[in-house]
Structure formats: structure tokens, C-alpha cells
Design a protein around this ligand. Structure first.
Ligand code: ADP
Ligand code: MG
Length: 589
């Protein structure tokens, strides 16, 4: 007898379930898509313990007919395609008829639905490996699908789930991405009995985004709408300097189906070109409209990837759309200020108003120059001031002279046998990091109470993230708590930040803490929080330093371990030996 034989049906279902259902977030995604396919205008999602214990999605769509209830849980059963031609142009989110069947293979399910054609609803209860039971139930038109104890009988799969916190985060992300593109539909998300997100149907797209992303970006939204070569790109990009440390705010959809695609990310980032610093990512909501026949959603079982036959064109048009939107854009606050300024000038009240107008920051060439040439303070044995600690530069060797600062960023030191260039931000970042790290380890962080507690708006995902970090944040010296359901209040910060804690800086800091929470494994949280805080406490690149400040920095460095690298591993200083200079100037051969 041969060795090859067909798999039995139950095994086939389990294998395909493995492809479709990665975790609670994929269940939620499939159920939302079914609700949207059913024409729902309100979708209610509830999860318990990150969705591992229970997921429930209710909609007011057209419902499922009684006679369909029996087969909707079977593999490859769908109401959405009938023929080969249908596959060529699919307008619905689902069509493979696999989602419900896959869920039924790996979890207990309950469906209660009433079709609009029927007076009484139906309840289906299904357990993996058993025949579903079906009976009458009452319900308004629409469907509720519940999925309980995901992977309960599959310890190997269950082990691959992250904890409830991370799984909840993934669910929130899925709901947010759908809610962002389908602003016509109302969404509600409840986690362990608490409302995380609630947006009404028929919201304007920008209002939906403001709700989801918080009002800090509200003044920074730039509308995108550009068509060419049969591709239409619509949505919003967020004007720099708003940017993120990861791609969590890059939302893409094709024909309003959320997708992720690195190539699209790169196209948008190219559109921003030099407006973004390296390692920073934009925020955008981009929907791509193409002819249905150019789209093949059948590549990936979860349809997260979409193949488009004209992908090169699409990428080009996306990049163009972003570039045009940003180049035509005038930040409203600047023009508003300017208008105000001009009006007051016309009013004759010029003098009183002009002070409010921010001075333009021009590099002052005449004062910057002498510092490099004359009156060079000697940091070695010097008539003025105490000699710099030789310890600062013990490994570098000997005494030195502070030549000055260039580009408001680099400090130049002349040694007998070398030129040393210090990156002021990187160096100070290491100093701050080591100081805070030590305080945290010893369990007594110096804390600075804010004179006025600061309130920061949050997206639901961010709120969730940050609050779950609050114990660790407290250990580092932050006092951060919820303030209503969409805001947090900061009452105290680590002292090293205190001096520099301007609201806009704190907002940026909170932004980064949130990101840390979403991308770092738990055991590294603490160190990451310390790093982020150190970075925000450190002297900025771009800040002019006077001689006294430079000296102060060098003294601090002298006492700091690991001073040759910043906490991210970049060098804090570069040494160019005199020998190398001679070689490069061809003084020696
Ligand atoms: P697909 O969406 O690919 O057709 P699913 O397994 O997700 O496959 O769903 C199977 C069928 O069950 C769908 O084709 C649809 O007819 C029906 N169905 C599922 N969810 C809903 C819902 N929320 N409202 C109405 N019908 C639904
Ligand atoms: Mg489906």
C-alpha cells in the first residue's frame, strides 16, 4: 500500500485555520470584515483577556438566513462568489469562505443572527470537532459572533499567543485601522468591560482621525487627493515635524481594505523625502483606488497583502500624491500668525504685537566666528579657570584646548597629537543615562514635581499602552495617570528632565514612551524608559553652548562610565590623530 493518502477533513480545517487565525486580532479582523460585507453601519467589538478568553462582534448588517446558519461554519462556504468570473473582481472583504470555518476549528463559537427577511433569529453553538446545534433565538436584524477560548485544545498554538496586554494592543490596532478608513461606519471597542474606543457612524474623515490619533496632530493634517494613470490616492498625511519612531501610524488601504505593505510605506516616506529625519516615520492615512480587475486579493489567506498588477504605477502615484500635498501645504499656524501680524501693523499697534512674533533664528556669524580663532580658552594649565580634569581625557591623553563648537552640535578639542570631535547630544545623553540608571538601580530617583500638571491627549491604543507602563514609569520618576478616558495627566517627572520640561518636549517624550511600550519586550521596558528619558534630558543638537557649558559637559563626562558611546551605541567622540591629518594633507608619505 502506498504511503500517501488524503488528509481527513478535520485536519484540513486545522491546517487552514492555522493560516487564517494567528491570534485574537485576526479573529476580530475577519469578523469586522464580515460585518462590513453585510452592510453594517454599527460594529461593536468586545474582548476579554486580550480576546483569548472571549471575542464578540455585533453588527446591524443584513444578517444570516436560518438555512445558511448550518453551512456558514463549513469550509469554503460563502455567499459572496458563485462563479469563476466573480473571482476576477471581488468587491467584498471576504470571499474564501474560510474565516468562520477556521474559527470553528480552533474555538468554541456562538452565532446569533437574524436576517432582514426573517421574523425570528437563529442561534448556532459550535464546539471544535462536534456538530453545531441550531435553534431559534430573538434578535434585531444583524449578527453577533462570539469566539471563546481561542486555541483551548491546541496548547502549541496557544503558547504562541502573547499575553492579554499585547494581544489586546493588536486588537485595538486592527479596530483602529478599520475605523480610520471606514469613517462612514460606527465602531465601538470594549476591553474587559471598559470602553476603549467609540466613534459614531457618518463621521467626517478628519474628525475620525482626530478622535483616533488625538488632537495634537489636528493642526498638522494635510489632505491628499491625486489621480493619475487610473490610480486615485486619497487621505491625509501629517505635516512634519510630527513623526513617529515606528510605522504604527502609517495606515494604508486598497479600496478601503486595510493592508500593510512595506513598498507603500517606502513610497510615502519617499514622498516626504528630506522632511523626515532618518529613523523617523510619518503618520498617514492613504486609500488607493484602482480598478477591481487590477487587484488580486487572493494572495494571502488573511488578505493582508494585496497584489496589484500595476503596483509600480501605484507606488509612483502614491509618492507623487504625498510630495504634492506636502509641497503645496502652508502650515496654518504660521500664516495665521502672519495675518495677525500684518493686521496689527495696519492697525498701527505694530510695536506691541511684534514682540509676540517669533524672532527668526539666524546663525550669528560674526559672534560665532571669533570663538574659533581668537581668545581661545585653554583647558589645560590656563590662566583662566581651573584646569580641566585630565581624567576626562585620560585615554585620549594629555592636556587639551577647547577650540569651540561648530554647527551648534560638535565640540572641537585640540590635543597635542590629535583633534577630538564630540557630539554634544550623544555625549550628554550618556551622562544623563548613567545618572538616571544609577538612581533607578539604587531605588531613589530624584523627582521634579511639575508646577502645573500637564494634560496630554492620547489615542485609545496609546492610552492603553502608557497606563500599562505606569508602575515602571513611577520607578523611573514619572507620575502619570489617567485623566478621563482619553487624556493622561503628568504630575511629576525625573529631575534630570525637570529643567528642560517644556510642554512640547514632554508631549514628544510621552509619544516615545508609548512607542517603547508597544515595541519592547517587558524585560527591556525599564531600560528603554531610562534611555528615552535620557535622550530627552540631554542637550539638544542645535543648541549653542558657551565655554562654561562645554567645560561643564566635559567634567560630567569625566565621571561617567561608558562615555565613548551614547546609550544607543553611537560614538560620542571621534579622534583624528595628527598623524592622520598629516597623511591626508600629504605632509608625510
Ligand atoms: P467569507 O466572508 O469569505 O464569505 P466567512 O467564513 O467569513 O467567509 O463567512 C461565511 C459566510 O457567512 C459569508 O459569506 C456570509 O454569507 C455569512 N456571514 C458571516 N458573517 C456574517 C455577518 N456578520 N453578517 C451576515 N452574514 C455573515
Ligand atoms: Mg469573511
Amino acid at each position: 500500500m502506498g504511503r500517501i493518502r488524503p488528509l481527513d477533513q478535520e485536519l484540513v480545517s486545522l491546517i487552514s485555520a492555522g493560516e487564517v487565525i494567528e491570534g485574537p486580532f485576526s479573529v476580530v479582523k475577519e469578523l469586522i470584515e464580515n460585518a462590513l460585507d453585510a452592510g453594517a453601519t454599527m460594529i461593536d467589538v468586545a474582548i476579554e483577556e486580550g480576546g483569548i478568553k472571549k471575542i464578540s462582534v455585533s453588527d446591524n448588517g443584513h444578517g444570516i438566513l436560518r438555512e445558511d446558519c448550518a453551512i456558514c461554519l463549513e469550509r469554503h462556504s460563502t455567499s459572496k462568489i458563485r462563479s469563476r468570473e466573480d473571482i476576477e473582481a471581488i468587491g467584498t472583504y471576504g470571499f474564501r469562505g474560510e474565516a468562520l470555518a477556521s474559527m470553528a476549528a480552533v474555538a468554541e463559537m456562538r452565532i446569533i443572527s437574524r436576517a432582514k427577511e426573517e421574523d425570528i433569529g437563529t442561534e448556532v453553538i459550535s464546539r471544535p470537532g462536534a456538530r453545531p446545534t441550531i435553534r431559534e433565538a430573538s434578535r434585531p436584524v444583524g449578527s453577533t459572533v462570539e469566539v471563546m477560548d481561542l486555541f483551548a485544545r491546541m496548547p502549541a498554538r496557544r503558547k504562541h499567543l502573547a499575553g492579554p496586554k499585547v494581544e489586546a494592543q493588536r486588537v485595538i490596532d486592527v479596530v483602529m485601522r478599520h475605523a480610520a478608513v471606514r469613517n462612514d461606519v460606527g465602531f465601538r471597542l470594549v476591553r474587559d468591560g471598559e470602553v476603549v474606543l467609540e466613534c459614531p457612524r457618518g463621521q467626517r474623515s478628519e474628525d475620525r482621525l482626530l478622535y483616533l490619533w488625538g488632537s495634537q496632530i489636528s493642526r498638522a493634517l494635510v489632505r491628499v487627493d491625486h489621480s493619475r494613470m487610473g490610480v486615485r490616492v486619497t487621505g491625509f498625511v501629517v505635516r512634519p515635524p510630527y513623526s513617529r519612531g515606528n510605522r504604527s501610524r502609517e495606515y494604508f488601504s486598497v479600496l478601503k481594505r486595510p493592508i500593510e505593505d512595506q513598498r507603500l510605506s517606502r513610497a510615502v516616506e519617499n514622498g516626504y523625502s528630506t522632511l523626515l529625519m532618518r529613523g523617523r516615520y510619518p503618520a498617514c492615512l492613504i486609500d488607493i483606488e484602482v480598478d477591481l480587475r487590477d487587484v488580486d486579493v487572493n494572495v494571502h489567506p488573511t488578505k493582508r497583502e494585496v497584489r496589484m498588477s500595476n503596483m509600480d504605477t501605484v507606488l509612483r502615484v502614491v509618492e507623487e500624491a504625498v510630495r504634492r500635498a506636502l509641497s503645496q501645504d502652508r502650515p496654518p499656524d504660521v500664516s495665521a500668525d502672519l495675518d495677525e501680524y500684518l493686521t496689527t501693523v495696519r492697525d498701527g499697534s505694530h510695536e506691541t504685537r511684534v514682540a509676540a512674533f517669533p524672532p527668526t533664528r539666524q546663525p550669528n556669524v560674526t559672534t560665532a566666528h571669533p570663538r574659533l580663532t581668537e581668545e581661545v580658552p585653554l583647558a589645560g594649565p590656563s590662566p583662566r579657570g581651573p584646569p580641566a580634569e585630565p581624567a576626562v581625557v585620560d585615554e585620549l591623553g594629555g592636556t587639551f584646548r577647547i577650540v569651540g563648537q561648530i554647527h551648534n552640535l560638535y565640540i572641537l578639542l585640540e590635543f597635542e597629537d590629535a583633534l577630538v570631535i564630540i557630539d554634544q547630544h550623544a555625549a550628554h545623553e550618556r551622562v544623563m543615562y548613567e545618572r538616571l540608571r544609577k538612581e533607578v538601580n539604587e531605588g531613589h530617583v530624584s523627582v521634579q514635581e511639575l508646577l502645573e500638571p500637564m494634560v496630554v491627549q492620547m489615542g485609545p491604543d496609546e492610552m492603553h499602552n502608557l497606563l500599562s507602563l505606569s508602575d515602571m514609569l513611577r520607578a523611573v520618576g514619572f507620575d502619570i495617570g489617567p485623566f478621563g478616558d482619553r487624556e493622561i495627566v503628568i504630575r511629576a517627572v525625573p529631575e534630570i528632565l525637570g529643567r528642560h520640561a517644556r510642554p512640547e518636549d514632554l508631549t514628544a517624550l510621552v509619544d516615545e514612551l508609548v512607542e517603547v511600550g508597544s515595541r519592547t519586550p517587558t524585560e527591556h521596558f525599564m531600560d528603554e524608559i531610562v534611555k528615552v528619558t535620557a535622550c530627552h534630558s540631554a542637550i539638544r543638537a542645535g543648541r549653542p553652548l558657551n565655554e562654561r557649558e562645554i567645560r561643564g559637559l566635559l567634567e560630567e563626562m569625566a565621571e561617567t562610565p561608558n562615555r565613548y558611546n551614547c546609550p544607543h551605541g553611537r560614538p560620542t567622540m571621534i579622534r583624528i590623530s595628527s598623524a592622520e591629518l598629516e597623511r591626508r594633507f600629504k605632509r608625510t608619505t
